[in-house]
Design a protein. Structure first.
Length: 282
């Protein structure tokens, strides 16, 4: 009852072994070919991370160095500033001593922190406009005439007269309310026909007709910025002829070594508004 089993042929077994060995070789080749690539990619990613970290550290070091340099520079400037202040104070002391030796009395100037009251003799109301300046000129003229008249007198009395005249000039307090400063609007501006550095403007200062003003602002402010703009003007100056054109006021400006700018009045101001100063009601 036993059946005879026929063994496989030799050719079949050899072919099967060869196919299995080839499959294993291919798989090993694939594994050996993929692993180095993966390792290289991982190493490249790690290198990128390290490079980014180093860049951040370098940037932080640069910022720290800049901060340290600025701190050192600030300390150096503070030391120089303190030294300059000391030098200025020393020069002030020397100047005061020399003035005292010459007989000049020290006059305290009004400051913004203290309330200054001006006591003056009652004077008749000053008319507005350019006519106010001749009155001021007439009031200031007598002391000069008196000093001229006293010169021909004896030499011995000249020193005494000078000493008496000095206190009277120093006792005269500064009163900026004498300046008729008003808000104005520059209607038009054009270049002076006979001067390359001058503008000729028509300015509304709240009067019946605009005033003609000559200003040397050609090198500082373009012509288009001079048209239809607000400004502050001093109106009680004596009219003066500048290259053939009579100027009836002065445009007030602020200047620095770098530039010159026209003073801008506060918002809401209209032509003719008077500019006043704290402590000087006028």
């Amino acid at each position: 009852g036993l059946a005879a089993v026929k063994p496989p042929a030799l050719s079949d077994t050899c072919w099967g072994c060869c196919s299995e060995s080839m499959f294993l070789a291919r798989s090993l080749f694939k594994m050996s070919s993929h692993n180095p690539l993966m390792r290289l990619e991982q190493r490249a990613a790690e290198a990128d991370q390290i490079i980014e970290y180093l860049k951040q550290q370098v940037q932080l070091l640069k910022e720290k160095a800049i901060i340290q340099a600025s701190v050192r520079e600030e300390k150096k400037l503070m030391v120089e500033n303190a030294k300059l202040k000391n030098d200025i104070e020393e020069l002030k002391k020397q100047l005061l001593e020399k003035e005292k030796k010459r007989g000049v009395r020290e006059v305290a100037m009004p400051s913004g922190d203290t309330n200054v009251k001006c006591i003056s003799k009652p004077t008749p109301p000053k008319p507005s406009g350019p006519s106010a300046s001749p009155a001021a000129a007439v009031q200031c003229a007598p002391p000069k005439d008196e000093s001229k008249k006293k010169k021909p007198e004896k030499k011995g009395g000249e020193k005494a007269e000078k000493k008496q005249a000095a206190p009277s000039q120093e006792d005269a307090k500064v009163d900026v309310s004498r300046l008729d400063m008003r808000v104005g609007r520059i209607i038009t501006a054009e270049k002076h026909p006979d001067a390359d550095s001058l503008y000729v403007e028509q300015v509304d200062v709240g009067e019946a007709s605009p005033r003609t003003v000559v200003s040397g602002l050609v090198k500082h402010i373009p012509l288009d910025q001079m048209q239809n703009r607000m400004a502050v003007l001093m109106c009680n100056l004596k009219p003066a002829k500048m290259r053939g054109v009579v100027s009836q006021a002065m445009v007030m400006c602020a200047s620095s070594p770098d530039k010159v700018e026209i003073l801008d009045p506060p918002s809401g101001a209209v032509p003719g508004d008077r500019v006043t100063f704290q402590g000087f009601p006028g």
